[in-house]
Design a protein around this ligand. Structure first.
Ligand code: SF4
Length: 250
């Protein structure tokens, strides 16, 4: 089930799109004055709980996804714990699903609800999953960082590094057949180095012995729908790897 996107969710999507443009070398964008005034409005969202960072190492021996989720909800291992309303451990089929989708981190809607990909980008991801012939609950959806960076900035390398043991152990327990990395930051978190998603998309990579397909983040596709064709090619390669074909269009 997805939620209506909030103003903060839309701002989140816009910021991610601008970051992609910056990473691809774009130096100027034209913005309507009304948009700037809207963005300058005083935020009224629920204030995050006040917590202190306790950089305790993340255990390496979780025995279940529930254990990981419980730990994530209490985690204070990096400064992102101070900025969240809810941590977002991830959700879906944790029993050897065909696909694990990995995004960058929670946005405003996800932070509000404690669930991954529930805003506008999440609605598009749901459509992508459906077009592949799956239901959302048949795949697993997670992020590199489990808490939302303030103002939806890109997570810092040290924040990604600190949080990655959770995803690493989720992958060990979930045992997905294929991982789909959504966007450059997700790929950066998984591979541990900076990437250009425009150049890397559609080219198989590997994470811990599992086939990993990089493709565009749904937020980016919302801002540049012309890239949906390329994303669909990537997803069809994933289906081919799984020995499947996309279902006929309704
Ligand atoms: S982002 Fe990850 S490491 Fe940082 S506080 Fe949240 S769960 Fe812990």
């Amino acid at each position: 089930m997805t939620a209506e996107p909030t103003l903060y969710g839309l701002i989140d999507d816009l910021e991610k799109y601008l970051e992609y443009q910056r990473d691809e070398g774009v130096q100027r964008v034209e913005v309507d004055r009304a948009v700037l005034e809207e963005l300058a409005r005083e935020p009224t969202e629920e204030k995050a709980e006040e917590v202190t960072v306790e950089a305790a190492p993340i255990p390496a021996d979780f025995e279940s996804l529930e254990q990981i989720a419980e730990h994530v909800l209490r985690c204070r291992s990096c400064p992102l714990c101070q900025e969240r309303i809810h941590a977002v451990p991830g959700e879906g089929n944790g029993d050897a699903p065909d696909i694990l989708f990995v995004g960058e981190g929670p946005g405003a809607d996800e932070d509000q609800l404690g669930r991954p990909f529930v805003g506008k980008a999440g609605q598009l991801l749901d459509k992508m999953i459906e077009a592949m012939g799956y239901k959302r609950e048949q795949v697993f959806i997670a992020n590199i960082v489990k808490c939302r960076p303030l103002n939806n900035r890109k997570p810092l390398p040290e924040e990604m590094e600190m949080c990655m043991p959770y995803l690493h152990q989720q992958i060990r327990l979930i045992r997905p057949k294929v991982i789909v990395g959504l966007g450059g930051t997700a790929m950066e978190g998984l591979l541990g180095n900076k990437v250009s998603i425009t150049r890397m998309r559609g080219i198989w990579q590997e994470y811990q012995g599992i086939r990993l397909m990089p493709t565009f983040h749904p937020s980016y596709l919302l801002r540049d729908p012309s890239k949906k064709k390329e994303a669909w090619l990537d997803l069809k390669m994933v289906l081919a790897e799984l020995g499947k074909e996309p279902p006929p269009r309704k």
